[in-house]
Design a protein around this ligand. Sequence first.
Ligand code: NAP
Length: 244
Amino acid sequence: MKGQVAIVTGGGRGIGKAISIALAKRGVNVVVVGTNLETASETASNLQNIGVKSIAVQADVAKHADVKNIFDSTLSEFGKVDILVNNAGITRDSLIIRMKDEEWDRVIDVNLKGTFLCSREAVKAMLKQKYGRIINISSIVGFMGNIGQANYSASKAGIIGLTKTIAKEYANRGITVNAIAPGFITTSMTESIPENIKNEMLRSIPMGRFGTTDDVAHAVVFLASPEAGYITGQVLHVNGGMYM
Ligand code: NAP
């Protein structure tokens, strides 16, 4: 994978940062995308220290113009894009009867529309190369549902339909499209969950531990590798057995 180019949305922190580091360790040059340029730039410096080229691009993946800029910057800097990891994601939790329209819209816009916008640009670039790997970060709750997360669960379930459709559209053009559905991974996204709920969740994980960001990153590296070339339209569950 040495010399390949990856775009990782939300690559500045959390799972996205672990994915960026894991790809860099395989020699992949990484474009780190986030709304916060400072964290994205810090991660890009970390990757340069590993020995690859890396740039940070400030972008809101829900905005078409921002997404266009991610790809323009990538192509002018590196001339190609081999791997896209749609990892940027947010939550705006609330029971459905109290969920505001804006909470619904923003989560769908960032998680689902962002994945669509980035994938559309990536496919255009990848078609020219006749090679590409798109990996979409879904979630266990897209399969199981979760109280308080109607918007988030719907966005993550939507990502599965999107993944399978793009996979079918470009399977014969060297582009694979897969999803990863992480279970409960310790990051800032899960920090605010009350201790009693966390303990309850822990009891439902057969492996008896929460996942790490590296658990997800290793799965991404596999799906991004040339060795995974005959796998497309699939969902890889990384959840310690929480959902089978
Ligand atoms: P996190 O620590 O909150 O990180 C979220 C990342 O998304 C940040 O890098 C953030 O960058 C970026 N982001 C948010 N809104 C964005 C936007 N509009 N445009 C561009 N980037 C944006 O969350 P995480 O736990 O690492 O989650 C990463 C992905 O894994 C998400 O898709 C999440 O849904 C999924 N996931 C997480 C878990 C879990 O248990 N943690 C489980 C299943 C799935 P900025 O701060 O720069 O905006």
